[in-house]
Write a protein that binds this ligand. Structure first.
Ligand SMILES: C[S@@+](CC[C@H](N)C(=O)[O-])C[C@H]1O[C@@H](n2cnc3c(N)ncnc32)[C@H](O)[C@@H]1O
Length: 256
């Protein structure tokens, strides 16, 4: 993804944000309008500043992460020739989606609780030539505004630790997946990210607060068991690498 100087990025972000508000907000399929969904979204109160901070992180220290992750997803999930709908849940700036668009023919939806990301995301998609391949929908992982059996793929990076009721959110992910569809949810990096790049990202704090990776792995395992999801795979990329860099943890599962 091309680097944008901070001032220029911030200026463009606000310009497009204003345009988007005037034009009526985000685009994409009509969200489900249950009061439960609306109440949960309202409670979170995401801010423009939250979005700006994450956009800056995605353009700087996290920038090396997205291309390799997209490549890994395409290879592991067989997305190269796939036609269908993919959702990136908690996609934020949507950088992973841009990288997935470069490598797939699928339509990708940025489903995030914070709509202040969307003008930036849609502009980035235009600039990378994939404006017609993406949508943006305000969504809470715990009450997804999508109908049942809708998505071929749901991915999510660095978001699930923010979901208050993770069992509920994973149940929603399963509900929205088509039978045979696949979810790949986690935090951190992909196996193919070079160690030097991972060290640099982590050395500069990486993202979010410190966390206990063993406890998080057990938590994901417990969620799969609670939902009686069979055949899931917990992935710990580059576990025990010589530099001791934490590559995070992911879970992959298919809807039967
Ligand atoms: C650390 S950022 C990661 C963004 C992006 N996935 C990336 O890797 O660049 C976490 C994202 O999760 C979103 N998020 C937090 N809680 C959420 C929820 N309940 N439902 C949907 N998105 C949520 C935030 O708005 C934010 O965009």
């Amino acid at each position: 993804m091309g680097k944008i100087p901070q001032r220029a990025a911030v200026g463009r972000f606000h310009m497009v944000l204003a345009a988007s508000i005037l034009l009526g907000g985000c685009v994409g399929p009509s969200p489900r309008t249950s009061s439960e969904a609306q109440a949960e979204v309202a409670q979170q109160r995401p801010t423009r500043e939250d979005a700006l901070r994450m956009i800056q992180a995605s353009e700087r220290r996290l920038a090396p992460v997205y291309g390799p992750l997209a490549q890994q997803l395409v290879e592991d999930l067989g997305l190269g020739a796939k036609i269908g709908i993919g959702i990136d849940l908690g996609s934020g700036p949507g950088t992973l989606i841009i990288e997935l668009c470069k490598r797939t023919k699928m339509h990708w939806i940025n489903a995030d609780i914070n709509p202040y990301f969307f003008p930036y995301f849609l502009q980035q998609a235009e600039e990378h030539g994939c404006g017609g391949q993406v949508s943006a929908v305000r969504a809470d992982a715990q009450a997804l505004p999508f109908r049942d059996d809708n998505a071929d793929v749901i991915v999510s990076r660095g978001s699930f630790w923010l979901w208050r009721d993770k069992v509920k959110a994973f149940r929603e992910i399963r509900r929205v997946l088509k039978p045979g569809g696949v979810a790949y949810i986690g935090r951190g990096f992909s196996e193919n990210l070079p160690l030097e790049a991972a060290k640099t990202v982590r050395g500069d704090r990486g993202e979010g607060p410190e966390y206990d990776i063993v406890a998080t792995t057990h938590e994901l395992d417990a969620i799969m068991k609670a939902l009686k999801i069979k055949g899931y795979r917990i992935i710990r990329p580059r576990l025990g690498n010589e530099a001791g860099v934490d590559y995070g943890v992911w879970v992959e599962f298919r809807k039967k």
